[in-house]
Design a protein around this ligand. Sequence first.
Ligand SMILES: [Zn+2]
Length: 117
Amino acid sequence: MAIEKKKFAIDEKVERLCSACDTESEHSVMTVTKLGQITKLMCDVCSTVSTFKSGVKTSVGMTTKAGSPYDRTRKYRKGQAMMHSTFGQGEVTAVIEPQKIDVLFGDQVRRLIHAQA
Ligand SMILES: [Zn+2]
């Protein structure tokens, strides 16, 4: 039995989480594949364009927020978001030692220091 997937059409409106607005907002479908899968969306609120690759779902969690810039003197907790100047948006996945944290950037975990007075 074939799995039925919803097909989308250009200019269709869909509710998607906008990473710029940080909320579910209405998006316009800009481009779709032959199979009707969305490849490009534009947020109607802030005009941010998001692209999708088939089969690749970016792990945008419910709690994802644009983190404040990474600061090694700051103490981080698990689940905290940050913006790293080199690696971009990240989220603390674990506190390894009092001064070491694992942070997930995209699909890569990097070990950073924190709480460095
Ligand atoms: Zn937006």
